[in-house]
Design a protein around this ligand. Structure first.
Ligand code: ZN
Length: 143
């Protein structure tokens, strides 16, 4: 990837989430716990969710990896917090579609920042970095 491409990719909003991740940390009390990793890049995420019925009352994540994986995780936690599990799963589905380069109605996420990751669809090697956090959300179905 050329420097030019990187510059286009690593937009300001991505770096902001990477440097100042939202909802980063761990709950001290019991919470639903999901781990995912992306071996091709070395990204790891540990997602914790607190559910109240079918509402995602609160969410935290820890992990390490490239700026895209961590920024995507930060954005994801903001997007799903306070939402229904069903809505979060719909978002995960839409995010995957966005990474396939399909046209997605960004309002489904309830936040604009996620649009900054749209360009990742043009870099196939990085798509798994961006989708890692959302793959973790999809695991809620198996819990
Ligand atoms: Zn990565």
């Amino acid at each position: 990837m050329s420097q030019y491409d990187l510059d286009a990719l690593y937009r300001q909003v991505i770096l902001d989430h990477y440097k100042h991740p939202r909802n980063r940390g761990q709950f001290e009390e019991d919470a639903m716990s999901i781990e995912m990793n992306n071996p091709t890049c070395g990204d790891r995420i540990h997602l914790q969710l607190k559910l109240d019925g079918d509402i995602i009352e609160d969410v935290r994540f820890t992990g390490e990896g490239c700026s895209i994986s961590m920024a995507s995780a930060s954005m994801m936690t903001q997007a799903i917090k306070g939402k229904k599990v069903e809505e979060a799963l719909k978002m995960a589905q839409e995010f995957s579609r966005m990474m396939l380069g399909e046209d997605v109605d960004i309002t489904v996420f309830g936040m604009d920042d996620i649009e900054a990751l749209k360009g990742v669809a043009n870099f196939p090697a990085r798509i798994k970095c961006a989708t890692l956090a959302w793959k973790a959300v999809e695991k809620v179905k198996d819990k």
